[in-house]
Design a protein around this ligand. Structure first.
Ligand SMILES: CC(C)(COP(=O)(O)OP(=O)(O)OC[C@H]1O[C@@H](n2cnc3c(N)ncnc32)[C@H](O)[C@@H]1OP(=O)(O)O)[C@@H](O)C(=O)NCCC(=O)NCCS
Length: 207
């Protein structure tokens, strides 16, 4: 099922777009602010253990200092998006972004709340983060990924990731920020573009 979307661009509020699908409320996708600490806290609190492990490589809830650091992404040269249920005080349903590494690449990570997984929100957000990195001259995005994180690896495969290092249960990968995502095969086409600033975006189910 394909969702309808609305274009929206309000640089003053950091809004990069709105997103909707027929089985849930509309989402407003915007850049993170320092008012999002509690929202990020709630997002991560709501993750099942396995998702938390895939995101943080341990089962503990992230410390407040870490959450605060996520909200300072732009101050430190990075970029982070937080889609929230549209309307005042709407809950955050995902976060995606990167921090700058000493070599100039970005270190990226993303999380989609359990109730929103499988609607290609992850793919939209990764596309938006890659586009933001490319626009800012960040050549590559790197990440540590658990080897059993099949959904994340499916997302990355589409971007032609390279493996920088590999251990038994995890790997260090990189994707080129300027490299376009691979298209789906004919007959399995998703005709909707990625979520990038100022363009339409939408969610489609992946299963
Ligand atoms: C990984 C994560 C961000 C994906 O978000 P999502 O919105 O559910 O992902 P999407 O709906 O965009 O689907 C991603 C891909 O996984 C595939 N997929 C869906 N369900 C799958 C499954 N059970 N097994 C394997 N692949 C699956 C989809 O087909 C899609 O691939 P495609 O684009 O080639 O079709 C989300 O599952 C998550 O937050 N996980 C916990 C945190 C985490 O692992 N973060 C990544 C570490 S940085």
């Amino acid at each position: 099922m394909i969702a309808q979307t609305e274009p929206r661009a309000d640089a003053a509020e950091g809004i990069v777009g709105t997103l909707s699908h027929p089985e849930g409320p509309a989402l407003t996708v915007r850049t993170v602010t320092n008012a999002d600490v509690e929202g990020l806290d709630a997002l991560f609190q709501g993750l099942p253990s396995k998702d938390r492990y895939h995101r943080f490589f341990h089962f503990c809830h992230p410390a407040r200092r870490f959450l605060e650091q996520l909200t300072r992404a732009a101050d430190e040269g990075g970029y982070r998006l937080v889609p929230a249920v549209s309307g005042a005080g709407g809950a955050l349903v995902a976060e995606a972004g990167y921090a700058i590494l000493p070599d100039g690449d970005g270190e990226f990570a993303l999380t989609v709340a359990p109730g929103w997984q499988g609607w290609r929100l992850g793919r939209r957000l990764l596309g938006a983060v890659v586009a933001a990195a490319a626009a800012r001259g960040v050549p590559n995005l790197q990440a540590d990924i658990m080897a059993d994180n099949t959904r994340m690896l499916a997302l990355l495969r589409r971007r032609g990731y390279v493996t920088l290092a590999r251990e038994l249960s995890e790997m260090r990968i990189a994707i080129g920020a300027a490299q376009p995502a691979r298209r789906r095969q004919p007959g399995n086409a998703d005709r909707l573009g990625p979520l990038v600033p100022g363009t339409l975006a939408s969610c489609t189910p992946t299963a």
